[in-house]
Design a protein around this ligand. Sequence first.
Ligand SMILES: Cc1cc2nc3c(=O)[nH]c(=O)nc-3n(C[C@H](O)[C@H](O)[C@H](O)COP(=O)(O)O)c2cc1C
Length: 188
Amino acid sequence: MKKIISLLVVALFAASKLYCQIPDNCITSAILSAYSEKAYVTEPVTDQQLDLVLRCGVKAPSGMNRQPWKFTVIKDETTMKEAINNVVAGNVLIIVSGTDSQDGTPPDMFACGLATESMFVAAHGLGLGARIYGSPVANINSKKDLFQIPSGYTAVAVLRIGNVDKNVDAVSAATPRKSAEEIINYKK
Ligand SMILES: Cc1cc2nc3c(=O)[nH]c(=O)nc-3n(C[C@H](O)[C@H](O)[C@H](O)COP(=O)(O)O)c2cc1C
């Protein structure tokens, strides 16, 4: 019995690897089907899911590999509500902060944005919901001690992850995009 289970696990792992190698694969599917969920249930994000999401953020690329960021994980409901008032227990907030420069220039928003997006996609790949927030950042930066933002860093974005309320119709909840023709311009 143990052997059969091991074989099944190996076969499933191999199939998932193969799935990720075909043109329409698990990563493109996660990106194309994801939207920024607003409605969540209280089923908690597991430590294993959170760890994977964070590892994807740590792995994000950055200019000259400076990795100019810190990720602050907030799980307690009271502090989460100080940032986003409609969070529910079981959500997790990841505050992405960028390194303060010596000359007063803003943190590397581009690199921090890439790390945030990597974690957004990772969360969706794991079947979780996620939404990026910019609006709580000013409040967070005015209460750095409360949110325990590391010294020398400024919050630039908040990623909320959680289990999605499946009663919400994903198609109508998603925001439409401009047409590809409007955005993409091929040099002739
Ligand atoms: C940099 C950035 C900041 C955002 N800030 C907020 C925010 O403060 N509040 C909010 O509700 N959504 C925020 N969003 C989510 C956007 O509104 C959402 O990504 C966009 O409407 C597309 O929605 P969809 O992913 O559901 O299609 C932000 C997204 C990004 C990328």
